[in-house]
Design a protein around this ligand. Structure first.
Ligand code: NDP
Length: 502
């Protein structure tokens, strides 16, 4: 089902002008260049940002370094930092309509979904605030009469945070509040396509009482600004979410000064379905998993691995339900699938579908590109008869394209699931406990959903195996990621000498 776009919904929009935040000041870039963002849904200018240069990135890193080495933030108690993060969470909640609207028009995401993501983000900020009071090390009083050991957790220092365009506000929330809870300072670079809500977060953090220089937010291309942020010697850690290709580059850059690196990268996530599953529930989850965020989602359930006895019927039912999914104007509250991020990205998705159909795959629900008169849109597209060696079975398409494969035995299903370079998440559907547990143990992915898909909560760690990433976000250890451990090895009483035994 197509929802027509409403030009009038955006016609009275005032283009938002953003500066960048360096050392507590809103500032223009060194060269006065700007980046303009057109709404992917309406094709009109919605935001203009100051574009950072290498010099601006260095200025932001210097500010974060100074704030870490000499400022109050790392020295505050966990309780004090926690209170500021809680205040920030309240302010995010208060401004959530404005933030959601910015994400909707810059990323082309449905407004109702953006509101949901804002609620999720507030919850994560509160969770991180709670962890700030719980960061502690270990003590060892079992090392003999002469020795006691204490292991301290210390903030790691300056963190570069680089985020993608698909969940602009949510993803910065999976990193920044945890880094701040630990006492770190940060330089943040959102995607140049969707920087608005992250820049508004800068205003919120200043109002909440985060001292100047602790959070610096710059906008610019990854090639120019991101490269400085990942290689500069004054940066202690890089936390990156984005494509596997750029993740690899990030790691290479960071390796020159042996920075700690946390990477959240791409996925090609399978849902394995057995005939004894509750198929009504699965079909709903399949449609949600594939089309949510127009499939521009690291966790998208983009590969269905269906038992051959049910494949035909299940695929037909998924196609039937997919035809009812509302695609179109992200500003319409009933829209379920919004716009594709850029015309270039739409071309890339189309190329995958064309290559698959030339390779003999059946395009069983031929959604394809939609011409709505403005912006760029694509309807849900299902490819059946996909085999595991095809590009659409192995590579991240990052659009509303679902590949359907089949299996006969449990072992074969696991082999197909593991036959890609990624390992972010997977789903299994069966009413048999043993089947679910076997899949849960043997599929190599950071999250396995059992009889559900794409649920999440701040308590549960998230991240990928293999080329889906390195490290985990969220969960009770998320703050520890932004720390170093230091051992205090303490001697009690007189010490036995090396040269002159006493
Ligand atoms: P990219 O890798 O293209 O970009 C991610 C970020 O990296 C952007 O801010 C980008 O800047 C920046 N960047 C680009 N080049 C460099 C560089 N040389 N050095 C440092 N930074 C650089 O990803 P997309 O924005 O296209 O996002 C989509 C990808 O993100 C998908 O692969 C998806 O799977 C992944 N992702 C993973 C998630 C996870 O949690 N595992 C969650 C969400 C997305 P700019 O674009 O402004 O130039």
């Amino acid at each position: 089902m197509t929802i027509q776009i409403r030009p009038q919904a955006i016609s009275d929009l005032k283009v938002r002008e953003f500066q960048m935040l360096i050392d507590g000041q809103w500032t223009a870039g060194a060269e006065g260049k700007t980046i303009e963002r057109l709404a992917p849904s309406h094709g009109v200018l919605v935001s203009r940002y100051q574009s950072a240069t290498k010099a601006d990135a260095e200025r932001a890193i210097a500010a974060a370094r100074k704030a870490f080495d000499f400022g109050p933030w790392p020295k505050m108690t966990g309780g004090e930092r926690s209170n500021i993060l809680l205040k920030a969470a309240d302010l995010i909640a208060q401004r959530s309509d404005e933030l959601a609207y910015l994400d909707a028009i810059e990323a082309g995401k449905p407004i109702s979904q953006c509101r949901g993501e804002l609620g999720g983000a507030v919850d994560i900020w509160r969770y991180a605030a709670a962890l700030a009071r719980n960061l502690h090390g270990e003590s060892y009083n079992t090392l003999g009469e002469g020795t006691m050991g204490v292991v301290l957790r210390e903030a790691i220092g300056v963190v570069s945070i680089i985020t993608p365009w698909n969940f602009p506000f949510l993803i910065v929330g999976q990193k920044l509040p945890f880094a701040l809870a630990a006492g770190c300072t940060a330089v943040v670079k959102p995607s140049e396509l969707t920087s608005g809500s992250t820049l508004l977060l800068g205003e919120i953090l200043m109002e909440a009482g985060v001292p100047e220089g602790v959070v610096n937010i710059i906008v610019g291309t990854g090639a120019e600004v991101g490269a400085v942020m990942t290689s500069h010697p004054d940066v202690d850690m890089v936390s990156f979410t984005g494509s596997t290709a750029v993740g690899r580059l990030t790691m290479t850059n960071a390796a020159q000064t042996l920075k700690k690196v946390s990477l959240e990268l791409g996925g090609k996530n399978p849902q394995i379905v057995f005939p004894d599953a509750n198929l009504d529930e699965f079909i709903d989850a399949a449609v949600f998993g594939a089309w949510f965020n127009a499939g521009e989602c690291c966790n998208a359930g983009s590969r269905l691995i269906l038992h051959k006895d049910i494949a035909r019927d299940v695929t037909a039912r998924i196609a039937e339900l997919s035809a009812k999914v509302k695609v179109g104007d992200p500003l319409d509250p009933s829209t379920q699938v919004g716009a594709i991020i850029t015309p270039q990205h739409l071309e890339k998705i189309e190329a995958y579908v064309s290559a698959a159909s030339e390779g003999g795959v059946t395009v069983s629900h031929a959604g394809g590109t939609l011409d709505l008169g403005m912006g760029q849109y694509m309807a849900p597209t299902i490819l059946s008869g996909v085999t595991r060696d095809m590009a659409v079975a192995k590579e991240e398409v990052f659009g509303p394209v679902l590949s359907v494969l089949t299996f006969e035995t449990l072992d074969e299903a696991i082999q197909i699931a593991n036959a890609v370079d990624y390992g972010l998440s997977a789903g299994v559907w069966s009413s048999n406990f043993d089947t679910c547990m076997t899949i849960g143990r043997r599929v190599r992915a950071g999250t396995i959903w059992m009889n559900t898909f794409m649920d999440g909560t701040p308590e549960l760690p998230f991240g990928g195996y293999r080329q889906s990433g390195l490290g985990r976000e969220l969960g009770k250890h998320a703050v520890e990621d932004y720390t170093e451990t230091k051992t205090l090895n303490m001697h009690i009483g007189s010490r036995t000498g090396w040269w002159m035994p006493r």
